[in-house]
Design a protein around this ligand. Structure first.
Ligand SMILES: Nc1nc2c(ncn2[C@@H]2O[C@H](COP(=O)(O)OP(=O)(O)OP(=O)(O)O)[C@@H](O)[C@H]2O)c(=O)[nH]1
Ligand SMILES: [Mg+2]
Length: 150
């Protein structure tokens, strides 16, 4: 079976959407920040059940209404943690992240890092497998520890 899915990346500006996409599609990590206006890409995945999924990937410009990030590697970055502490912040805890995933009825919650490539393909595989019918969604599945706030 072959299906097309449109996948739209949303999240805070500077949260790492473009880097996640670029690591997945090109295997490259972009150090420099270039704000996105809108960008599209296509990736084809073959799942282990033999299904072919064509992902139409839409990268969007950042919106300020999201509190979770994608830069898992920063959880153990001492200078980042120090910076957060100075501002009175701390990384999101597992419980907080799980609660949000449950609240929004997320199909999956996956911590990832474009920089280290950690779980990058898992994110897109989960999206490729996600049922299109909202009613048939499963309970949120936690694959890894929580994401760091930037
Ligand atoms: N440490 C670390 N830095 C990252 C990671 N992903 C992205 N960055 C950095 O964060 C900055 C912003 O990344 P982008 O992917 O451009 O962010 P974006 O969410 O697409 O931003 P907008 O297009 O403005 O919405 C860049 O300087 C990246 O190098 C990551 O996994 N770890
Ligand atoms: Mg971007």
């Amino acid at each position: 079976m072959s299906v097309d899915k449109k996948l739209i990346l949303v999240g805070d500006e500077y949260s790492g959407k473009t880097c996640l996409l670029t690591m997945f599609t090109q295997g490259k990590f972009l150090e420099d920040y270039i704000p996105t206006v809108c960008d599209t890409n296509v990736a084809t995945m073959e799942l282990d059940n033999g299904n072919i999924v064509k992902l139409l990937l839409w990268d969007t410009s950042g919106q300020g209404d999201y509190d979770l990030g994608t830069k898992d590697d920063l959880r153990s970055d001492l200078s980042e943690l120090e910076l957060l502490q100075k501002k009175g912040y701390a990384p999101v805890t597992t419980a907080e992240a799980e609660a949000v995933a449950k609240k929004i009825k997320a199909v999956a919650y996956i911590e990832c890092s474009a920089k280290t490539k950690f779980n990058v393909s898992d994110v897109f595989e989960a999206a490729a497998r996600a049922p299109l019918d909202r009613k048939s969604r499963l309970a949120p599945k936690v694959i890894q520890e929580p994401i760091c706030l930037r």
